[in-house]
Design a protein around this ligand. Structure first.
Ligand SMILES: NC(=O)c1ccc[n+]([C@@H]2O[C@H](COP(=O)([O-])OP(=O)(O)OC[C@H]3O[C@@H](n4cnc5c(N)ncnc54)[C@H](O)[C@@H]3O)[C@@H](O)[C@H]2O)c1
Length: 329
């Protein structure tokens, strides 16, 4: 039986989620919602389902909904998620929210706490970890193929001229990179950041962030809104006592280097995944599959709690820059 899904926020990414649900045999779209009537109506016509202008009306309609995507945006791309997410969680509906979980840490904590209290699965679209290549690299780490982990280096950059907030680059982009780093290295302990305004820019559009993980691993994040394009989107390198891997573009090229052998092992387009655009479908499929298996809220892959953790690292990086110090989490 398919999972009956509602999508809230029918902008660019809401429509990307819709496309994923349409193509996923585990899902059926039963309702769409946007506070802008034209967007709700257009999506309703496209997907042949009722469209609503408020969550209240959607919930009152009596339509049976099993789970919802929240694809609102707002200040720093996360300011609008709180209100619809709280409404849906209060109604006991599992939510897959877009990143950042929120640009406001108190709101993020409240959403995670409410989901926990209601025992409802709550996930965030931290899609970069949901690729066959990222999963294989994680298996190598868990099996000890890299030995004891020592170092992680992550680069994520795009071209984004948005000047709306001084912290927009850190808060809106780096939930992704920091989540991938946590995925391999576990919880962070201490953070130190240097920031820089790119040519002609008013916001902190470049970042070099050092992270000490509780495991002892030392990590570094390079981030920019003045890059991307021909530079690519991302690269993650994890180095251990016995080996290292380099994962390019989240899913495109994964190479294992044995510390004591010249041989390498390389996968290109593992699982047939060829680019970042495909990560939405793989992430959403994992969410649907977990729901279909009756996932425990504490076992959600890419959970609200994970979204809160990465946002806490981002706030620590901001504090580090403001105070010129190392910030413990
Ligand atoms: N996971 C990724 O890789 C990725 C990539 C890009 C963007 N995003 C995220 O996706 C989110 C959406 O981005 P977008 O570009 O589609 O934004 P958008 O502005 O195009 O769309 C947001 C929509 O939400 C609606 N909305 C706001 N509050 C609402 C509410 N309470 N109820 C119903 N509808 C509401 C708005 O009217 C708007 O139509 C952002 O959080 C962004 O950070 C994620």
């Amino acid at each position: 039986m398919s999972i009956r899904v509602a999508i809230v926020g029918m902008g660019n990414i809401g429509n990307v989620h819709a496309g994923c649900y349409v193509n996923d045999p585990l899902a059926e779209i039963v309702a769409v919602c946007d506070i802008i009537p034209e967007k709700a109506d257009a999506a309703a016509a496209k997907h042949g389902c009722p469209g609503f202008y408020s969550i209240k009306d959607m919930l009152k309609s009596g339509i049976k909904i099993d789970a919802a995507s929240v694809c609102s945006a707002g200040v720093e791309n996360g300011g609008d998620h709180y209100v619809p997410t709280m409404e849906l969680l209060k109604a006991g509906l599992p939510v897959l929210g877009e990143k950042p979980i929120s640009n406001n840490l108190d709101h993020a904590r409240e959403m995670v706490a409410l989901a926990k209290k209601k025992r409802v699965p709550y996930a965030i679209d931290l899609n970069h970890r949901f690729t066959p290549a990222a999963r294989l690299a994680k298996k190598w780490v868990d099996e000890g193929r890299l030995g004891q982990l020592h170092i992680i280096n992550m680069t994520m950059w795009i071209n984004n001229p948005n000047e709306s907030s001084p912290w927009f680059h850190l808060r809106a982009l780096h939930p992704h990179s920091l989540d991938v780093m946590r995925y391999y290295c576990g919880p962070a302990k201490s953070v130190q950041a240097f920031l820089m305004k790119g040519k002609g820019r008013a916001i902190w559009s470049n970042a070099q962030v050092n992270i000490l993980y509780k495991s002892g691993v030392v990590g570094h994040l390079t981030g920019s809104y003045d890059a991307g394009g021909a530079f690519g989107l991302e690269r993650c390198e994890v180095v251990g006592s016995e080996g290292r891997f380099v994962l390019d573009e989240a899913c495109v090229d994964l190479t294992f280097y044995d510390r004591r052998s010249p041989m390498t092992e390389t996968y290109h387009d593992l699982g047939g995944m060829t680019g970042f655009g495909e990560t939405f479908a793989s992430r959403i499929h994992r969410w649907l599959w977990q729901l279909s298996q009756g996932v425990k809220p504490s076992e959600v892959d890419g959970s609200g709690a994970d979204g809160l953790e990465v946002q806490s690292i981002i706030e620590a990086a901001i504090k580090s820059w403001e105070t010129r110090g190392i910030v413990d989490l």
